[in-house]
Design a protein around this ligand. Structure first.
Ligand SMILES: Cc1cc2nc3c(=O)[nH]c(=O)nc-3n(C[C@H](O)[C@H](O)[C@H](O)COP(=O)(O)OP(=O)(O)OC[C@H]3O[C@@H](n4cnc5c(N)ncnc54)[C@H](O)[C@@H]3O)c2cc1C
Length: 323
């Protein structure tokens, strides 16, 4: 029987939202599901994976996998795919996966497509995927040729999470980190300091642009974000100006996000910005120019001065959410 292998990512013993999306898509195909999890605590995920309808959990519960090392991961993942020969491999289009899977594909001689927004998997393991091109101006349908394992990297927040109808008790297979002389050693991974959810996983985003006038004014957006439990994002103009780090950039050359609520303050809505956020469910735009292009995408538009509106929203949400 054809099978699909899902490369899962997790944090604090919980599967990430993107992985739950992939598992939902895998279940929809009706194929046998294998899930691969690498890093300390991976073994503890077996139950959670079973609840997601996984038949076989392949776990590398080893601290060697905690810091992403391209050489090590390529070796291990390519080895697993060569052995298991899944017809389809699904992973979230994260920085890690976009670095890892082209290497794996080259190693095992198969095809890979990244940044996909739609996928259809047939019961025989054929795949049709769709991905945006030219900053979202058009989309391309991707098919595979001569690819023993079709590797598809899906943008997070594009697939619907559906509950599994029946839990399974997956078989658990452990993988070890090969004792191989690596040419590179990852000593430390320095994370952003915010402690907030990464933009790609955030359910609510408050983003600011050049209309915020100067870096210090982002404090106003952080205050609103704190009340809403949101993550702060930004346009490229303010990233290029050095106001905020690139990790906060939303758009074609930044992150693609699709939260439930996206509040854009002082952002004009250039096509390259829209490319990264137009998949948001509800968009609220605050801009003092009634003709700003962002209003064409906005669910709710507030024509006004962000310096007046943002603090008002913060106060009102505070009353509403925290009595
Ligand atoms: C190859 C390429 C890739 C790019 N990638 C990205 C990307 O990934 N992400 C991205 O964002 N951009 C990207 N850009 C840049 C993009 O084209 C725009 O230049 C950028 O998005 C503009 O940022 P902005 O909206 O903050 O600034 P502006 O376009 O300067 O807009 C500022 C807005 O603030 C409003 N405003 C001013 N004062 C106030 C106030 N007091 N209250 C309310 N509103 C106010 C103005 O009316 C205006 O609409 C890319 C460009 C290129 C060429």
């Amino acid at each position: 029987m054809a099978h699909v292998l899902v490369f899962t990512e997790f944090a604090n013993g919980q599967l990430k939202k993107g992985s739950l999306e992939l598992l939902s898509a895998a279940r929809k195909s009706g194929l046998k599901i294998q899930a691969l999890a690498l890093g300390t605590g991976a073994k503890g995920l077996a139950d959670a994976l079973g609840k997601e309808g996984v038949d076989e959990a392949i776990v590398g519960d080893n601290a060697a996998f905690d810091k992403y090392n391209p050489e090590l991961f390529t070796e291990v993942v390519a080895g697993i795919l060569s052995g298991k020969k899944p017809e389809v491999v699904l992973a979230s289009s994260t920085m890690l996966a976009r670095d890892l899977f082209p290497r794996v594909a080259a190693r095992i001689g198969t095809g890979v497509t990244s940044d996909c927004t739609e996928i259809e998997i047939s019961s025989s393991g054929d795949v049709k995927a769709r991905r945006p091109m030219y900053a979202g101006k058009c989309t391309a349908e991707v098919a595979f040729e001569n690819s023993p394992s079709k590797i598809v990297l899906m943008r997070p927040n594009q697939l619907t999470i559906t509950p599994a109808t029946a839990a399974k008790s997956p078989t658990v297979e452990e993988v070890s980190a090969p004792a191989k002389d690596l040419k590179t050693l990852v000593k430390e991974i320095v994370k952003g300091t915010s402690g907030k959810l990464d933009l790609t996983e955030a359910n609510i985003i408050v983003a600011g642009g050049r209309g915020m006038k100067e870096p210090g004014n982002f404090k106003m957006l952080e205050d609103l974000a704190d009340v809403l439990g949101a993550t702060v994002g930004a346009s490229r103009a303010v990233v290029d100006a050095g106001w905020v780090p690139h990790t906060m950039q939303v758009g074609q050359t930044g992150k693609t996000v699709a939260p439930t609520l996206y509040i854009a303050a002082g952002i004009s809505g250039a096509i390259q910005h829209l490319a990264g956020m137009s998949g948001s469910k509800v968009i609220v735009a605050i801009n003092k120019d009634a003709n700003a292009p962002i209003f064409q995408k906005a669910t709710y538009g507030i024509v006004g001065d962000a310096f007046e509106i943002v603090p008002l929203l913060t106060e009102e949400f505070k009353k509403l959410l925290h009595h």
